[in-house]
Design a protein around this ligand. Sequence first.
Ligand code: GTP
Length: 246
Amino acid sequence: MYTVFFVGTAGSGKSTLVSTLSTWMEDQGFDVGIVNLDPAVEYLPYVPDIDIRDRISARKIMKQFKLGPNASIIAAVDMIVTEAERIKEEMEIIGAPIYLIDTPGQMELFAFRQSGAYLVQKLSDVHTLVVYVADAVYAQSVDGFAVTMLLALSTRIRFKKPQILVINKSDLLSEDVRINILNWVEDPTTLLESIDLPPYEKEILRSVANMGGFIEPLFVSAKTSEGIDKLYYQLQLHYTGGEDVQ
Ligand code: GTP
């Protein structure tokens, strides 16, 4: 059983990407399962095979314990931990060869807390991968791109899993901006020259970049399906060395 976690900042398009990729895979004849781990989402663009909201709802927790929106999501994610074993069993019973796992909207409430890392560990077999979903609108500026790289790196440190970095909403990017982004990855000095930072912070960023902290992104659009085939091939390459994931 292969698992792919979709993690990213609020509104970066995780759910839409899960929907588009699963539809694309189904159209190609692949069997794919979807797990929704977001206890607070109101609307999903796909029909999940397993939906955490059937067991734990942030909205109900908010009312029951009189918590604010973030505190109720934190409490909900902590509660999901107690369901992890059952979710895994259910995934095995459904028997899909690959599961796309959508994670809570505000990534810091999932990625930077112990319970999120535990869930990724628990629901992972040997074969797991994290897709870090960055927002193209944010990543197109030098500052936004640097922060995106650092957030993706933090997620890698947190989950300790192989990662693919996608820049979603690429339909909103001009060709020039794409070239800029690729240049920043290939030659980080071009980014460091144009970023406005105090010398010490710039040196930290330079070290991160020189150590390979800027990884090449895949441009995708969950809206137009651009790059979805390439994303699938990356998954395939990771899991089976190029064979279909059946
Ligand atoms: P939360 O879980 O609520 O944080 O959001 P999310 O990361 O799951 O994002 P979601 O899929 O809900 O998308 C957020 C908004 O971005 C929606 O209005 C989507 O229609 C839009 N969106 C998602 N993907 C794309 C894309 O590739 N291009 C464009 N232009 N918009 C997109």
